[in-house]
Write a protein that binds this ligand. Structure first.
Ligand code: ADP
Ligand code: MG
Length: 270
């Protein structure tokens, strides 16, 4: 999209789902060309953060801000956030029967006010780079793709679209070692060549040997409880989240930060 410098800034973000507070004040700042890894135990709110940044409607933002170059994104529909340069590779990519990857990419480019004349060529160049077989380009998006094929296809879309910021929610899940290397290298190259900023949610330090993070953050109970350099990922791999939580004196489980829902039928006690 451009190689100038941009900032994605998340400030004191609180988000709830079905009345439960899942994010309890998240602060994070990613600049162009940087890779930030976000780790954290299951249920700590990582996917909630990714959906909240993109504006998925069933997540309610109760306070805070998400700004791109100072401009507030909260309140904008997802497609507008995408048009401004955000991209989310979902943990569970959706299958869309009857709609090809090229159709999706063409609409996305048009939404950004760009022409799609060159799309076929770019798709094929990237498909080759990411070892995505041509037949996948002719099928419905993700339809009958294996888990790993979906992740390669998401990376292909990312590489063709060249957004300013990519949020990768477990892009490494389901990938075999060869695919993991291809995907991680392609994204790492984009951070260098296109100045892509990345927020990579992952459980495994392995992804981060190719996609080298500038910062590693740990989300527990809806808050970032630790931030550090790449060595933090290695520490986690050894100590586990429980070990880190003990060291920090925080609860590792998401439920610790989620307040009990108000039960309207509970005995009020008077
Ligand atoms: P992570 O990605 O870190 O594993 P999630 O953000 O998916 O965690 O989930 C955090 C918490 O929010 C979990 O307790 C989960 O059950 C709950 N949650 C997330 N999304 C929804 C949803 N759409 N409906 C109900 N609960 C949700
Ligand atoms: Mg998740």
């Amino acid at each position: 999209m451009s190689t100038s410098s941009h900032t994605l800034e998340i400030r004191d973000l609180h988000a709830s789902v079905d009345g439960h507070e899942i994010l309890c004040g998240v602060d994070l700042e990613v600049r162009s060309g940087e890779v930030h890894a976000l780790m954290g135990p299951n249920g700590s709110g990582k996917s909630t953060l990714s959906h909240s940044i993109m504006g998925r409607p069933d997540y309610t933002i109760t306070s805070g801000s998400v700004r791109l170059d100072g401009e507030e994104l909260l309140g904008l529909p997802t497609w507008e956030r995408a048009a401004k340069g955000l991209f989310l590779a979902m943990q569970y990519p959706v299958e869309v029967d009857g709609v090809r990857v090229s159709d999706v990419l063409e609409s996305a480019l048009h939404a950004r006010g760009e022409r799609a004349d060159d799309l076929g060529r770019r798709l094929h160049v990237e498909a080759e780079r990411l070892a995505v077989a041509g037949e996948f380009l002719d099928r419905g998006v993700n339809v009958e793709f294996s888990g790993g094929e979906k992740k390669r296809a998401e990376t292909l879309q990312l590489a063709v679209l060249r957004p300013r910021f990519a949020i990768l929610d477990e892009i490494d899940s389901g990938l075999d070692v060869d695919a993991l290397r291809d995907v991680a290298r392609r994204i790492e190259a984009m951070t260098a060549e296109d100045h892509l900023g990345v927020l990579a949610i992952t459980h495994y330090a392995r992804l981060l040997t190719e996609l080298r993070p500038d910062r590693v953050h740990v989300l527990m109970g809806g808050r970032i409880v630790a931030s550090g350099g790449p060595e933090l990922a290695d520490t986690l791999e050894e100590a586990g989240y429980d070990g880190l939580a003990r060291e920090l004196g925080v609860e590792s489980l998401a439920v610790a930060a989620v307040e009990a829902p108000v039960d309207p039928f509970a005995d009020p006690g008077f």
